[in-house]
Design a protein around this ligand. Structure first.
Ligand code: ZN
Length: 333
């Protein structure tokens, strides 16, 4: 190594060291908008699939939307994280705690709706009841709603709901309990013909783009990606609040979920356990759907289908609601 080369090397090292300290002092302290997206549901168990109306499964829709919104927000310079990166089961307080751990300015929980009578439709956004949590949530929610209605969905409003312990919905209650403005976006009703027609024709990607556009419009309205949302005092949870089961994020059996934002039904309100299904001589399950179409499934296939309905209720009840053709599609037959 010549003396000249050594000098260049030394300069490079000096520059690197200076850059490192600039990053340490200014970069880390520099505040910028941080948004956490929460793809609702995930994993097997009570928080598993969410609503299922083949070919749509809520947890997968939520993840597809969240992933695209993340990349669009990052494209706009907004730091964005997801509460889950795979098909994982997380509690609502874990999701809020994660948002807190990355110092989120906003927590946006992504969901799809359904109703017992399949007769409700439209987009519905929930925000906190309290002070700046309300105004911030209302503002970002209204921006998202404007984009969703632009796709053709009816607006059911940007709303609040009171429970026994403050905000009714768990993810909002936990979020504001940690000082983070939190909203739930119920994009549309997966089980409703009007909403399905829009979902099918526009495509899931259009919904994600609508969310991202609404969020970016909101962020620009408060100073852009380089700014932050002023933090308010956390809304204290009352004693026992954490044990409330009233959530948009967990445990709602798929076909009997909340009407118009009413309480998510509990598993115990699902119909009584079935008496099982007939089997052929080889032990395959013979299933006749409500249209009278019969399908034959191996025990392995059946288990995979049951796994999609891994609720605390009775999974076979939910299978009965689905045409044979859709069941086949779900297991790739
Ligand atoms: Zn949901």
């Amino acid at each position: 190594m010549t003396l000249y080369n050594r000098k260049i090397l030394t300069d490079i090292i000096k520059t690197a060291v200076v850059c490192f300290f600039i990053t340490l002092v200014f970069g880390v302290k520099a505040q910028a908008m941080t948004i956490v997206l929460d793809p609702g549901h995930g994993g097997i168990g009570t928080s598993g699939a969410g609503a299922i109306y083949p070919p749509y499964m809520e947890k997968a829709l939520n993840m597809a939307i969240a992933s695209q919104v993340k990349s669009e927000l990052e494209g706009a310079g907004i730091t964005t994280y997801l509460t889950r990166s795979g098909d994982a089961s997380l509690t609502l307080d874990q999701r809020a705690a994660y948002a807190k751990s990355v110092n989120a300015d906003l927590l946006i929980s992504i969901h799809f709706n359904s109703s017992g009578g399949h007769n409700l439709n439209g987009s519905e956004i929930w925000t906190s009841l309290y002070g700046t949590y309300y105004t911030t949530g209302y503002a970002v929610g209204s921006n998202i709603m404007q984009q969703l209605t632009g796709l053709g969905f009816m607006s059911k409003g940007v709303k609040t709901k009171l429970g026994n312990s403050g905000d009714y919905y768990g993810i909002i209650r936990y979020g504001v309990g940690l000082g983070i403005p939190t909203i739930i976006v119920e994009h549309c009703f997966m089980d409703n013909a009007i909403d399905r027609a829009i979902l099918d024709s526009k495509g899931v990607s259009a919904l994600a783009h609508a969310d991202a556009t609404g969020i970016i419009n909101y962020v620009n309205s408060v100073g852009g990606a380089g700014s932050t949302i002023e933090k308010s005092n956390p809304i204290a949870l009352e004693a026992g609040a954490t044990s409330n089961g009233n959530t948009a994020g967990v445990a709602a059996p798929p076909t009997i979920k909340a009407n118009t934002g009413a309480a998510a039904s509990t598993a115990s309100s699902a119909p009584a356990a079935s008496s099982g299904f007939p089997k052929d001589a080889s032990g395959n399950i013979i299933f006749t759907d409500k249209n009278g179409t019969t399908g034959t499934f191996t025990q392995d296939e059946w288990n995979r289908l049951l796994g999609n309905w891994a609720y605390t209720g009775n999974p076979e009840y939910y299978i009965r609601q689905v045409p044979v053709g859709d069941l086949n599609a779900m297991i790739g037959k």
